[in-house]
Ligand binder design. Sequence first.
Ligand code: HAM
Length: 420
Amino acid sequence: MINQTVRGTKDLLFDEWYRFKYVQQTASEISSLYGFLPAETPIFEYTEVFTKTLGDSSDIINKEMYTFNDKGGKSITLRPEFTAAVVRLLIEKKLQTPIKLFSTGPAFRYERPQKGRQRQFHQINFEAFGIEDPKADIELITLAQHLLTEFGIDKNVRLEINSLGDGETISKYREVLISYFKKFQNDLSEDSQNRLIKNPLRILDSKDKTDKEIISGAPKISDYYTKESLSFFEQILNGLTILDIPYTANDKLVRGLDYYCHTVFEFVTEDLGSQGAVFAGGRYDNLVSSVGGKHTPAIGFAGGIERIMELANCFVKEERAVYLIPIGKEAEEYALALANELRRNGLYVIYEYSGTLKTRMKKANQADAKVALIFGDEELSSKTLKVKDMDLGEEKTVARSNIIKSIHQVYGRNRKSRFC
Ligand code: HAM
């Protein structure tokens, strides 16, 4: 089929392209205020980069990866997320920690496409390595909140946070959960039955109706925190309160990837149907060492660009043009040089190669040009141009040598496009 995109993928055209780039650019600029450095990894990796990090029970590993053998027989996977790839980069390049890395680009998951969910989607991704202190968690959440404000969507999105505690907490809680859910084994959904031994925590975020009833009576993780885990979590919640960042503590929030410990969080919305999470992430102190790196505490999150764009009431006001209207043969020839000069001064110029004054004026209106430059023999010999403000209908004759300045005066402050 050569006339349609692959299911779950999209073309990016015109104003959507600008909005997309705006999200990436803004995320990059704001992350740099927090000390993030740019890092770009390839869009595919050896498959183990993901299978050894994301967890056997995760949906990504079980059913969503785009994996294939390349012509050399190596198993390759299109990245389903960035964290594993950035960890690979950190270890391979022996980067000194602490370090904070910002990445952006496409990711691929074979999921059922719907509003806010694609098979090729794009993330802005933030990872901070080598910082044990809970202040790093607070700062990252602050960065996420900062971005939401910048995109104008902080009112539609709320923060949910939980702690999975440390290794001791998780293994104790796992046991307790297994024995609780075993009592209802036959009533659980098929997915949850499969998770019962592999990763019982994941049952907690099941959407199945009967599962949910069973979950409502399940033991709570907060009852199994070690003293250190509880204190770590409390410091974070306390920090959020001081910074005036509202949150809901949700003890059922476990996240779909196995590498997390301590803090997990999601910025969620009701405005995207079932695809509620806009930003999501957490701490993963043991991941780097589990795949051969040094012990490196780490925390990060990622945001879905498509979801941000869906929520943000962004508009694109295209740059308005300077429309050239030469009259007569000599002016016509002169127009090319004039267009060249204006463009090299950063102006958007429309010059169509033929037409009468009347039809060109009509076209300038249709193109919503801001300025029309009208010039014939008279203007050429007096080294002037007529500059018309298309909004006000006012026309004045200005010296050729002053043209750039005069055009800028007509535009006033509003020349540049705005995206949000
Ligand atoms: P995630 O929850 O799988 O986490 O994805 C993060 C965000 O990516 C989601 O909240 C959502 O906005 C977006 N997203 C995920 N899947 C899709 C999809 N199919 N279509 C559109 N948007 C999607 C991670 O990826 C972790 N690596 C986050 C992280 C970074 N944790 C620590 N560091």
